[in-house]
Design a protein around this ligand. Structure first.
Ligand code: PLP
Length: 351
């Protein structure tokens, strides 16, 4: 069996496709599940931590798993346009898969709130992009209304085909481990992914993980119990005040006996730097929320009964190159010196 053949080919019998469905794929999925021993050691984790590095999907985030199904179904339905509201990664993915399918992606984004890498992707793939004076929740409301008036297909995660495709990440984790993990941690924004993982774990294994979802502290409507009008966080991919899959996220939490809690931006950025410096894994800030949550909960002795037989997995949702400005802001700036060996050696700290 070829390792890289795209999630529809790989898990076809679990997905809503038929012989009539043209498969639009960029060979997404089959991302590595990496043991993070340095993080385990640094933070005294009593369990094994394995991270699912979804930044290695074709457009750099897990959104591709859902998009291959959503765009394939849109093409099957002969749609010429798909539309999404986006904090960035959905639009990057929709734009790329639409380009491949020969259809047009329409994108509505909150002005000034999209990381540079993501915006550049949507632009170069030829999406029609409009930036609104408003936030993600406003953008999603508008695209939902557009879908009622115009013959365009919505490809946000309220599209059930997105959830279907995204559940394949849970399948891959079980395939890699030979069983389901004991706990699974991930960031929660619009809550499509936690919904998808829980669906995937339920369909693929009899024994399932406890789900641990983490929102950013000032964008934590599910934790706070009410929509947040002006959500704030540096983790732009989870800067969402009124998640579309709110109820489903609560179901995942409650059916699995898990939690949805919040982590501060400082905790997120600390986990972000730790992944980069201790493991060589570069993610965008939102992706580190799950790790930030594990560090926080380990400190609270939540895992006191765990041992090195206990397997915890965490989704790293998107690649660090999506948001290069943040990486530079979080690092020491290189000194500028004259081109002389002594000066360079001294500046490098080896003299
Ligand atoms: C979309 C996204 C999220 C949030 O996922 P939801 O399904 O909206 O909860 C988190 N991280 C990254 C990098 C994303 O692109």
């Amino acid at each position: 069996m070829s390792l890289f053949k795209g999630v529809i080919a790989k898990y076809r019998k679990y997905l809503p496709v038929s012989d009539e469905t043209p498969i639009i794929s960029l060979q997404e999925g089959s991302t590595p599940l990496i043991r993070a021993r340095n993080i385990e050691k640094e933070f005294g984790f009593p369990f094994q931590l394995h991270v699912k590095y979804e930044g290695l999907n074709p457009t750099g985030s897990f959104k591709d798993r859902g998009m291959t199904v959503a765009i394939s179904k849109a093409v099957e339905k002969k749609k010429a346009f798909v539309i999404c509201a986006s904090t960035g990664n959905t639009s990057a993915s929709a734009a790329a898969y639409s380009a491949r399918a020969g259809i047009t992606a329409l994108v509505v984004i909150p002005e000034g709130a999209i990381a540079l890498g993501k915006l550049s992707q949507a632009m170069i793939h030829g999406a029609r992009i409009v930036a609104i004076k408003g936030n993600f929740d406003d953008a999603l409301k508008i695209v939902r209304e557009i879908c009622e008036k115009y013959p365009v297909e919505l490809v946000n995660s309220i599209n059930p085909f997105r959830i279907e495709g995204q559940k394949t990440a849970a399948f891959e984790i079980i395939d890699a481990l030979g069983r389901a993990p004991d706990y699974h941690a991930l960031p929660v924004g619009n809550a499509g992914n936690i919904t998808a993982y829980w669906k995937g774990f339920k369909e693929y294994a009899a024994v399932r993980p406890v789900m641990l979802g983490f929102q950013a502290a000032k964008s934590a409507p599910i934790v706070d119990g009410h929509p947040i009008k002006n959500p704030e966080t540096i983790a732009t991919a989870i800067k969402i005040g009124n998640p579309a899959s709110w109820e489903k996220a609560l179901e995942a939490r409650d059916e699995s006996g898990g939690i949805i809690d919040k982590v501060t931006d400082d905790e997120i950025l600390f986990a972000y730097r730790s992944l980069a410096r201790l493991e060589g894994i570069f993610v965008e800030p939102a992706s580190a929320a799950g790790i930030a949550g594990l560090i926080k909960y380990n400190k609270k002795s939540y895992f006191k009964d765990a041992s090195k037989e206990t397997i915890v997995t965490a989704t790293l949702t998107g690649h660090g190159l999506k948001d290069p400005d943040r990486a530079i802001a979080e690092s020491a700036q290189p000194p500028k010196v004259s081109a002389e060996i002594n000066v360079v050696a001294e500046a490098l700290g080896i003299k």
